[in-house]
Ligand binder design. Structure first.
Ligand code: CA
Length: 673
């Protein structure tokens, strides 16, 4: 995620330094409020249910002494036509009815709290909003569906390990003049077929199909705060980790932010287009904090309730963004669960990536995964298993990487494999296994076995983790870079400044070969397949398009790099041996060879693992800049990867025995018996 205050990252969590656990905040009289005693409401009809006969409003606001709904004719710059007094309902709710066909109108809530009327808010459950998300809209959702939506479905997968995830920002992907896309930076950019770069290469959705990824993970696409939707021609850029309205799409990605239906329809069109191409959509969700504190929609509907506080009554800040939400408070937990269910049902979302997931408690995450699997067993959930600061939530309750074994159906990013392969994320010059620095071998092996217990992996030598924290490979996302921190291209430029670009591309190939052949689920940052960079900017959350947009002329310049990634993905998808689903299978089928040299790993995946047609796959990774000799069992092997080249169907054959592994490269061999 981004951030205004500090840069956030892996390893930022502070185990052991926990504060006392409490469930309270400072109230107006200075006493702490015990939120566990508050009534809660778990209905899915909160805030607005509308049809042609009328609108029914239900606002959860247990401490309000009065509440109103204001009806507006437009999304801004107008006065209310009606002010409706709400009456107190059950379970901390306030209710009001507004008869008649009100489609096209806008509304806000206003509550009286502590003796004064608070500012207006669209509420926390606005499913449609106008410009800048200031007012919620009454929309006929059945009219927002693109044609064929009723039969729209994402790809079915048996296990998260079958996914190949591609992390993408809407503007990065289509904004560059070379993209050939008409609707640049918009949701509907991904509905354009047949787009080409100025040099004739496929771009847009055709590029994704050509690459072969199974899922696109889109950076935050709910309505966020930082982009002024009245000023879209100024072309501001933001990652979007500053949530405003969690249940409505972002306006700047639509063609008309003032039209609440447009953003909904266009996002659905994008999803349908990806689904029609066989590609799933993972949404990045940021329930851990809000853009604003006292002025957030949470604070204006139920002041104090949705956040955690320090003993002195100030906002605690495990997000590094000024506040943290309280998933351990029942109504916040309900909110998160109902919100992801809503996106899964209304938008057919196929997966969720939780930002700073360890701010949430494991119980909430378990309920999230369970609720989503009930809707669609192919939906998967993963997240950042760390926080960006300390939290009042006890360490043992946090959805940390180290606690992933307590969570069913949740995966975490492996900062182990990430840092071990390329060097430390925050030290630009630091090198890793693939760039010749010794001492990372055991941590790469931890990555290969998806952080599960393996008789030949010594966790005491792990750089980031000292125990096998995963009980299943379904709990691990492997990667070497993402939107955060330097791109792989920039990391290689800064850590191997004397090397040629060709040498750096070799290192990138080796790095991603380790990721894509490891157990767990592979994840890559958009554009690395064409060796995109971000001009050395590591925290580009609000950098202009000139830093963030992918230059698609690179696809021609780095055509060999693209083909390598394409074949690597093809290899993984064709061979279930890389996608084992239990820790036992991994322990039984993966056998590491004894090697003496640093920056060398050699192992086999044996026994037709996970039903593979290959009896044995031999993988040798040489991260040094010297060739290494290895001994491979004699027999007929297919050469899959060698000396910086790869072909899923084979580059040729060898009889094994003594073989040379070229500098900074992978040697992959396979045999059917
Ligand atoms: Ca917005």
């Amino acid at each position: 995620m981004k951030v205004n205050l500090i840069k956030m990252c892996a390893g930022a969590m502070l185990p052991g330094a926990m504060l006392c656990s409490f469930n309270a905040s400072a109230s107006d009289n200075g006493m702490l409020t015990d939120y566990s005693k508050f009534p809660t409401y778990n209905g899915d009809d909160l805030e607005l249910i509308a049809d042609k006969q009328g609108a029914k409003f239900t606002l959860w606001s247990p401490e309000a002494t009065a509440a109103q709904v204001l009806i507006y004719p437009t999304d801004r710059n107008s006065s209310p036509t009606d002010t409706i007094i709400m009456s107190k309902g059950d379970n901390g709710t306030w209710k009001a009815n507004f008869p008649g066909n009100n489609y096209g109108k806008f509304y806000t809530f206003r509550i009286k709290h502590g003796g004064k009327w608070l500012k207006e808010t669209p509420g926390v459950w606005a499913k449609a909003v106008g410009t800048n998300g200031e007012r919620a809209a009454i929309v006929d959702f059945s009219a927002t569906n693109p044609s064929g939506w009723e039969s729209d479905k994402g790809p079915a997968i048996k296990s998260i390990n079958d996914a190949v995830i591609y992390e993408m920002h809407h503007r990065d992907f289509s904004m560059h003049p070379s993209s050939g896309v008409v609707n640049k930076g918009k949701f509907i950019a991904l509905t354009e077929n047949g787009t080409k770069s100025t040099l004739g290469d496929k771009t847009g959705i055709d590029h994704l199909k050509e690459l072969g990824v199974t899922h696109v993970h889109i950076l935050p696409s709910y309505d966020y705060n930082s982009i002024d939707e009245t000023q879209l021609p100024s072309n501001n850029y933001n990652w979007g980790y500053d949530p405003l309205n969690y249940n409505a799409p972002e306006g700047s990605y639509s063609t008309n932010p003032a039209n609440p239906s447009a953003r909904i329809t266009e996002m659905k069109q994008m999803i349908k287009s990806l689904h029609d191409a066989g590609i799933g959509v993972v949404m990045d969700v940021v329930y851990n904090h809000t853009a604003n504190n006292d002025d957030s929609n949470f604070s204006l509907t139920a002041p104090g309730y949705y956040y955690r506080y320090r003993p002195d009554g100030t906002y605690s800040d495990a997000s590094g963004c000024g506040n943290e939400t309280a998933s351990d408070h029942q109504q916040m937990r309900n909110f998160i669960i109902n919100s992801v269910k809503y996106w899964a049902k209304e938008y057919h979302i196929d997966g969720f990536r939780f930002d700073l997931m360890a701010i949430h408690d494991t119980e909430t995450m378990n309920e999230v995964a369970k609720a989503l699997k009930e809707i669609n067993p192919s939906i998967f959930v993963y997240g950042e298993g760390w926080t960006a600061g300390d939290s009042p939530l006890p360490v043992e309750r946090r959805a940390l990487k180290e606690n992933v074994s307590k969570m069913d159906g949740i995966a975490v990013f492996s900062d182990d494999i990430r840092d071990a392969i390329k060097g430390h994320y925050s030290n630009a010059a630091d090198r890793g296994f693939a760039t010749g620095k010794p001492g990372n071998e055991e941590t790469v092996k931890i990555g290969i076995v998806a952080s599960t217990a393996h008789p030949q992996v010594d966790y005491s030598k792990g750089n980031n983790s000292k125990f096998a924290y995963a009980t299943s490979p379904k709990q691990i996302i492997n990667y070497v870079s993402c939107h955060d921190d330097l791109t792989l291209t920039d990391k290689l430029a800064k850590s191997m400044p004397e090397a040629s670009e060709a040498a750096r591309q070799r290192a990138a190939r080796l790095a991603q070969t380790i990721v894509f052949t490891s157990q767990g689920t592979p994840f890559m940052f958009a554009g690395e397949e064409v060796f995109r960079d971000k001009k050395g900017v590591h925290n580009s959350y609000k950098s202009p398009d000139s830093i963030n947009a992918i230059d698609w002329s690179l696809k021609s310049k780095n055509a060999d790099q693209f083909r390598y990634y394409q074949e690597l993905i093809k290899l993984r998808k064709a061979h279930p041996a890389f996608r084992m689903t239990t820790a036992d299978e991994i322990a039984r089928n993966i056998v590491f060879d004894k090697v003496k040299e640093p920056n060398l790993i050699s192992y086999s995946i044996k026994n037709n693992a996970n039903g593979d047609n290959w009896n044995e796959i031999k993988l040798i990774f040489n991260g040094s800049d010297e060739a290494r000799d290895v001994n491979v069992g004699k027999g007929k092997w297919i050469i899959i990867a060698q000396d910086g080249e790869i072909k899923a169907d084979g580059l040729g054959e060898t009889k094994g025995g003594k073989m040379e592994v070229a500098p900074t490269s992978a040697l992959i061999l396979a045999r059917e018996k």
